[in-house]
Write a protein that binds this ligand. Structure first.
Ligand SMILES: [Zn+2]
Length: 295
């Protein structure tokens, strides 16, 4: 059984790019008969706000998307699905990576690292108590990703995400490890995400290789094109005009579908008024066939 997920991070109000990603993932899951799971990345407790968490559910409601599994409300999420409940799982993986000597302890700040272009903590034991655990991307080198649509790509980890933080200064486990462990925990075998996350996929695959997580290494990856702002920039979570939050107040959902239909270059986008219409109108889109083992 194929299982994919929507994986928002409630660190800001979702924008139309997130909505685009939700709808594409939903369309993909309907086309391939995959289960759609809602998985929320709330590990970054400094940036997560209750209103942002509520916004995830409002956005899904607004778009008319009902995931097949996962939390249906904020309270259900808090009670059963929050990453707070899986700290032990993340900690075990972290200890395993540490034992493999693929991490190093680092006291540098982000600004210091950017300035020096290199971390000086790597090869010397550090006695300071406060610091982060980073992945030694220099020893990993390249990581290959097989994308369902784009084919094989090699990502140079050290150039793209030098010394990614695995355990933060405050002791919390960072996004890359929590996200990987959650996809494994919930049995996700199709990862659909925006093209801005190629490097994240590479880091997570490199971690999965270290942890010998075959299920993640065998997962299908699809990095979809990003919806850009009018200035051609990547959208950022904000209160701005691109937020679904604002769109909900000022526009009907029909306008969202029409916009998405235009972006997908569907014929007569103005006739696309609902999720159902979008599904029907996109039936002709050529979706590459998925790897045979999942057929
Ligand atoms: Zn350092």
């Amino acid at each position: 059984m194929l299982k994919t997920r929507l994986a928002p991070t409630p660190s800001g109000f979702l924008h139309l790019g997130n909505a685009f990603s939700f709808v594409l993932t939903w369309l993909w899951s309907r086309r391939h008969g995959a289960e759609l799971f809602l998985r929320i990345d709330d590990a970054d407790t400094q940036r997560v706000r209750p209103s942002y968490l509520e916004d995830v559910f409002y956005t899904l409601d607004f778009l008319g998307i009902t995931p097949d599994s996962g939390p249906a409300s904020v309270s259900e999420f808090e009670a059963n699905y929050s990453q707070k409940h899986r700290q032990e799982l993340y900690m075990t993986a972290f200890e395993q990576l540490k034992a493999q000597k693929i991490l190093f302890f680092c006291v540098c700040s982000r600004a210091q690292l950017a300035q020096k272009q290199a971390c000086l903590c790597k090869d010397k034991p550090c006695s300071q108590a406060e610091g982060a655990w980073r992945l030694d991307t220099e020893v990993i080198g390249y990581q290959e990703i097989i994308d369902w649509k784009a084919g094989a790509h090699n990502v140079h980890l050290h150039r793209q995400m030098p010394h990614t933080v695995i355990r933060k200064r405050d002791g919390g486990l960072a996004y890359q490890l929590c996200s990987l462990m959650d996809d494994l925990h919930f049995g996700i075998n199709v990862v659909i995400r925006g093209a801005d996350l190629w490097a994240s996929s590479a880091i997570q695959l490199a971690l999965a290789k270290q942890l010998r997580c075959k299920d993640f290494l065998d997962a299908v990856f699809y990095h979809h094109p990003l919806l850009l702002t009018d200035n051609g920039e990547k959208m950022a979570k904000s209160h701005g005009s691109d937020s679904v939050h604002n769109w909900r107040k000022s526009q009907s959902v029909r306008a969202v579908y029409e916009t998405l239909a235009s972006l997908l270059a569907l014929p007569k986008p103005h006739l696309v008024c609902s999720l159902k219409d979008l599904e029907e109108a996109s039936a002709f889109l050529i979706w590459p066939k998925i790897a045979l083992e999942y057929e």
